[in-house]
Design a protein around this ligand. Structure first.
Ligand code: FES
Length: 154
């Protein structure tokens, strides 16, 4: 069931779209902001709230790679695997993250703190290799920088 706060946030979005279905992406983002990810139950609740089918909501959710349909850790690491980052040291960064966190892509650390995911170009190719943690962009990465970066996330 959507919380009052979630409903209120989605209703705000409905004021600026021409019809309910057009608020689907924003509704998904709102749920993810509040809960960290979007469960099957939340998909059904959004569908009911917007008077569309769960499949329509899921279609939008799965189209957007940054809508998480599985539970993620407290912090999500998005490591760019596109060409500039790949050429400029992506592999060493990945190895260091594996070493430090003991997880592969798509996995979450046992303490629930970090989830590691690949992402296409973050738009900062001149500062490759790059990754994002939550909303923070980390550029010009080296394996030596990884430990101190991760320590900033409690
Ligand atoms: S290729 Fe990694 S930021 Fe563009």
């Amino acid at each position: 069931m959507l919380t009052k706060e979630e409903q209120k946030d989605i209703e705000e979005e409905l004021k600026v779209v021409p019809y309910k279905k057009a608020a689907t992406t924003e509704a998904l983002k709102i749920i993810q902001k509040h809960r960290g990810w979007v469960s099957d139950e939340a998909v059904k609740d959004i569908a009911e709230f917007l008077a569309i089918t769960p499949d329509e909501v899921d279609g939008v959710a799965t189209f957007h790679s940054l809508i998480f349909r599985r539970e993620v850790g407290k912090h999500v690491i998005l490591l760019c695997d596109s060409v500039c980052c790949y050429i400029l040291g992506y592999r060493q960064i990945l190895v260091q993250l594996h070493k430090k966190l003991n997880i592969q892509f798509g996995e979450t650390t046992t303490d629930g703190k970090f989830t590691l995911l690949p992402i296409s170009c973050l738009g900062t190719c001149d500062h490759a290799p790059a990754m994002m943690i939550d909303n923070d962009l980390h550029q010009d990465l080296t394996p030596e920088k990884i430990d101190s970066i991760l320590e900033k996330y409690p």
